[in-house]
Design a protein around this ligand. Structure first.
Ligand code: AMP
Length: 275
């Protein structure tokens, strides 16, 4: 696997890569969820490009940018195993040199759910992904269902801005107890980690009760009761899979979505109801 940190070097190398190129953007601290994306790219594409960039634009000033987990050597070893062709690992000065001022405004979809707690987050995500797409020019972009709202927003961006890439969504990879894998799970204390599974349980209850015909209010009430005593719920809802508009009843394709804080750590999860 080759590692490149400069945009000019990337352009030269990309021009010579066999196509189709599959691209997996990440912030590193890689786990089996990220690797599932790279493996999906490996099985469908001639070349697999992964980016590793902890994007300052998507963190608010009070968030965890400085302490976000970083492990370049470990990440490289994992990416080799799954057959990555090229790793793009720029620094912030490379991505945002002095004078950088352009950003991608994502519209109403970016202001709900995750956007309430993190008002500038999706603008930061869309801006960096647009820049990465311009550099990598992939045929396929691989995104995780784990961040369902992000996938809906980026799919919209790819259509709206005319990027010539196909968006592929890879199902969420979970720990044995059902907790969605996340680089931020390392922040959880042992007790918080034990309770984190209650968010997944709440989503399962929400989905099952809606499928059984309960009203949304009833289903959300029952689901909330599954949350552990340490959990501070931010939202539970059922939304249209494409628009992320709230639904009053289950109408697939949809996501049941939830976010809760366990101590200082904010976890989000969802279940995809395709039909
Ligand atoms: P991140 O490094 O957190 O920005 O995530 C990079 C990509 O990996 C995003 O498309 C995420 O949705 C995806 N991802 C993160 N966790 C998981 C998971 N547990 N299962 C599948 N994909 C994931």
């Amino acid at each position: 696997m080759e590692i490149i940190s400069e945009i000019a070097g990337m352009r030269r190398r990309i021009a010579a890569l066999p196509r189709p190129i599959g691209f997996v953007p990440t912030m590193g601290a890689l786990h089996a969820g990220h690797l599932a994306l790279a493996s999906a790219a490996r099985s469908a594409c001639a070349s697999v490009v992964v980016s590793l960039f902890v994007n300052p634009l998507q963190f608010a000033p009070h968030e965890d940018l400085a302490r976000y987990p970083r492990d370049l050597a470990g990440d490289c070893a994992k990416l080799e195993v799954v057959g990555t062709t090229l790793l793009f690992a720029p620094d912030a000065a490379q991505m945002y040199p002095p004078g950088f001022m352009t950003s991608v405004e994502v519209g109403a979809m970016g202001g709900r759910y995750e956007g309430v707690a993190r008002p500038t987050h999706f603008r930061g995500v869309a801006t960096v992904v647009a820049k990465l797409l311009a550099i990598v020019t992939p045929d396929r972009l691989y995104l995780g269902q784990k961040d369902a709202q992000q996938t809906a927003i980026l799919r919209r961006m790819v259509t709206d801005l005319g990027f010539a890439t196909q968006v592929e969504i890879v199902p969420t990879v979970r720990e044995a107890d059902g907790v969605a894998m996340s680089s931020r799970n390392v922040y959880l204390s042992a007790e918080e980690r034990r309770e984190a599974v209650s968010l997944h349980r709440a989503l399962v209850t929400l989905r099952d009760r809606l499928q059984e015909g309960a009203s949304k209010a009833e289903a959300i009430e029952e689901a909330s009761a599954k949350l552990g005593s340490l959990a501070r719920l931010e939202y539970l809802d059922v939304v249209d899979a494409q628009s992320f508009d709230a639904l009053d009843a289950l109408r697939p394709p949809a996501f049941v979505i939830g976010a809760a804080r366990f101590g200082q750590t904010r976890l989000l999860d969802n279940l995809w109801i395709q039909k």
